[in-house]
Design a protein around this ligand. Structure first.
Ligand code: HEC
Length: 133
């Protein structure tokens, strides 16, 4: 009976735990982003940055920030920043897209990619998929 009760309690607690887990991932991703990406990327589009701002980057068309001087390779790529494309980019951006002017970052650890993706998702409140339809 006790076991049944704790199993039931566990189920009730699960959504809260999932939220906490997501928050931890976002926080870890933010620290990793600060260390690996922030020196070139603003998260607020109104801040100056060497690379394009990454606010709302999830499902955004590549090379689409107005006024940013992209490489021809990125601008002409025709890709959309899906989670899979962002992973490939973090892992080997210049291999994934020869001709890009972003310096190689080489984040191969999938967990690190997961965290950075969680953070990038958290700074992408705009539903870019709805806009592209
Ligand atoms: C040394 C500077 C630098 C660092 C560090 C850097 N980037 Fe970039 N990033 C750039 C530049 C420059 C571009 C534009 C590339 C082009 O036009 O070919 C870019 C482009 C991008 C784009 C394409 C955005 C768009 O509007 O299409 C994404 C996504 C991106 N970077 C993610 C990241 C992530 C995630 C990290 C950290 C893991 C990171 N970058 C680290 C300089 C940097």
């Amino acid at each position: 009976m006790t076991r049944l009760l704790s199993a039931a309690l566990c189920l009730v607690a699960l959504p809260a735990f999932a939220d906490t887990f997501e928050q931890v991932k976002v926080a870890a991703g933010q620290s990793l982003f600060e260390a690996e990406c922030r020196r070139c990327h603003a998260t607020d589009s109104s801040d100056p940055s060497y690379g394009p701002p990454l606010e709302n980057v999830l499902y955004r068309a590549a090379g689409s920030v107005a006024d940013y001087d992209y490489s021809i390779a990125l601008e002409a790529s025709g890709i959309v920043w899906t989670p899979a494309a962002l992973r490939a980019w973090m892992e080997d951006n210049d291999g994934f897209m020869p001709g890009t002017k972003m310096r190689h970052v080489g984040i191969e650890d999938r967990t690190v990619q997961d965290f950075i993706l969680a953070y990038l998702t958290s700074i992408s409140p705009q539903d870019n998929r709805a806009i592209q339809k």
